[in-house]
Design a protein around this ligand. Sequence first.
Ligand code: NAD
Length: 290
Amino acid sequence: MKIAFIGLGNMGGGMAANLVKAGHEVRAFDLAQPALAAARDAGCSTFDSAKEACEGVEAVVSMLPNGAIVKGLFENEVFGHAPAGAVLLDCSTIDVATAKSVIETATSQGYDMVDAPVSGGIAAANGGTLTFMVGGTDEAFARAEPILQAMGKAVIHAGDAGAGQTAKICNNMLLAITMIGTAEAMKMAEKLGLDPQKFYEISSQSSGYNWSLNAYTPLPGVGVESPADNGYAGGFATPLMVKDLRLAMEAAQTSDAAVPLGARAAALYEDFLGAGNEGLDFSAIIKTYD
Ligand code: NAD
């Protein structure tokens, strides 16, 4: 397929490269020249604007920082420029309301469009092992699925427009809560004199079992290998967790959902970020218990 790819940053660069590897003709655009140069090296053809990249394509994929940029891009550079009937896939993490409204406009202009945010970081983007959670009609999903398969290990139809973003922010709110809960329990066990490795061995096989403890243990030298063993470098950066929690709090407010734990987790992560920890993985929040 002939595919336009807009937004070739940390995530988009590897995703576009995987579309090339799968045999697609990828027409790339990014505002940053280094990103364009890397895309050329990966086998994409590059353009001076999104409008040009969209000429004659069958699909447009975007991977951008936020909802305002996604809305601006699709309204000004994609709608009316990508051929009628092209399928549009926004893989960025953005607010549910914007995702729904952009898809509504796309539909009114005759495009099939999905929101398809991802779980998995830069390594998964490069390795083609992302999980996509997809919102849109059955028809839009059926058209988007094979394109997403080339960049991921799992592609799940979550529901109607916006359902992908809903799944993503609810999942990451849960992740924030389990990470803080895991940190709290591990540190309390330590203060009470229990060896943290013993706590890990017991709780990871008991009812305290959870992903933050079992697959991403936040203490160095304890449990599985994780960013904690690498000075909390790499992994899922704290600013991205804070971004997702802000989106979750916004969505909770608009849907009148009760989120007492999510709100507390969001406040704790805001404080952690504000204390100068923007370079650390989100599991480093355990340091605040020292
Ligand atoms: P990034 O900042 O590295 O990349 C974004 C790219 O978009 C940049 O290269 C920027 O130049 C480009 N851009 C911005 N405005 C543009 C425009 N109008 N036209 C063309 N290009 C434009 O960000 P990232 O880490 O790749 O994240 C992208 C999205 O993926 C975000 O929504 C993020 O929340 C989500 N996400 C990131 C991760 C991660 O681990 N980095 C994991 C899951 C989801």
